[in-house]
Design a protein around this ligand. Structure first.
Ligand code: CMP
Length: 333
């Protein structure tokens, strides 16, 4: 049987990957446009420019991750451990991580303020503990760096219990530090949670904005009005055959068709409504139940305007209300 040298094979694969990553940098840099310089200089500048972008920097780290430890004299096996940095290359393909990156960037100021507070409490707690417990427990609190270990374990509420204060004042301080720790982590969680919510809302707003701008009915509105309308409308997806509203139901919303077609089941025969048209307005205007059943005939993308937002929009943009009411009048006649 042929014995396979797995370690050697992995080594070859790792080096081939490193060379491919280096080639990737050169190819990607090709798309950084540099004009007005000699061809060769253009390439050098392009690579230089690309390496200054976050993606370029990560790609460079991936290329150097194994060669540098190898040149520094590490064994092949130990150097390969640095291949861990390759994971960074693929982080940007994860939508969740990209979102996290944006949230961290947006909330950086607030997070840094909390971390600064954390650092101040940490240093103050270590100093105070050194003064309070340094004499009675010199092994544990005999210096500020030693006391720092207790401070960090307590402030992060980890509480190994390997070092504990013995004096009454020391214990009192311990309690205060624990409460500070919980408050700071709560604060950070709050900042991140609201950052995520803001980011998701922003994305949804941009998507809705895009959809609203595609509906001819809103074409005449100015950018500020479109923004106001986009804040009120919600994206709704309907599958083929799904009943959007049933005759006799009370009306709680009207809809604008962005994609697909719906069928209005009139007594005189079905009528189709497609891109740019709206329905469900009659019940909102008159307060009466739905006049007919409306069904999605194919997968549809709709924008929903609920009754409260309809009233707000009508107040803000009387010209829109007039256009909707005129169409409702035509449909009734
Ligand atoms: P509403 O009565 O709230 O719910 C059913 C909807 O079907 C109605 O509002 C109108 O939007 C729509 N509809 C009613 N009659 C017609 C018609 N003749 N043509 C197109 N749509 C209609």
């Amino acid at each position: 049987m042929i014995a396979v040298d797995w370690a050697g094979l992995i080594g070859v694969i790792v080096w081939i990957a490193t060379v491919l990553f280096a080639m990737e940098i050169i190819l990607r840099a090709k798309f950084v446009r540099v004009t007005g310089v000699p061809r060769m200089m253009g390439w050098v500048r392009a690579v230089n420019g690309y390496l200054r972008t976050p993606a370029g920097l990560i790609n460079m780290i991936a290329v150097l991750a194994i060669p540098i430890p190898t040149l520094a004299g590490l064994s092949d096996q130990s150097a390969r451990l640095f291949g861990l940095f390759w994971v960074l290359k693929y982080a940007r393909y994860s939508a969740g991580l990209v979102l996290l990156g944006r949230v961290l960037r947006n909330a950086a100021d607030s997070l840094l303020s909390v971390m600064l507070g954390f650092l101040i409490v940490l240093i103050a707690a270590a100093n105070a503990m050194y003064l309070l417990e340094g004499e009675s427990q010199p092994d544990q609190f005999g210096s500020i760096p030693l006391a720092m270990w207790w401070a960090i374990v307590t402030l992060t509420t980890t509480g190994y219990g390997d070092v504990t204060p013995l004096t009454v004042l020391g214990r009192l301080l311990g309690g205060i530090v624990m409460v500070c720790g919980i408050a700071m982590f709560g604060l950070m969680a709050g900042i991140l949670a609201s950052g995520f919510a803001d980011e998701l809302r922003r994305r949804e707003f941009l998507q809705t904005w895009d959809l609203v701008a595609r509906v001819p009915f809103f074409h005449d509105l100015g950018a500020d009005k479109i923004a106001a309308v986009a804040r009120l409308l919600k994206r709704r997806e309907m599958s083929a055959g799904q009943v959007v509203m049933r005759r006799g139901q009370s009306g709680d919303a009207m809809y604008f068709v962005v994609e697909g077609e719906v069928e209005v089941d009139l007594v005189s025969g079905p009528v189709r409504l497609a891109h740019g048209q709206f329905f469900g307005e009659m019940a909102l205007i008159t307060g009466e139940p739905r006049s007919v059943t409306v069904t999605a005939k194919e997968p549809c993308l709709l924008l929903e305007l609920d009754v409260a937002d309809f009233r707000q929009l009508a107040g803000d943009s009387p010209e829109l209300l007039r256009a909707i009411a005129d169409e409702a009048g035509r449909r009734r006649s």
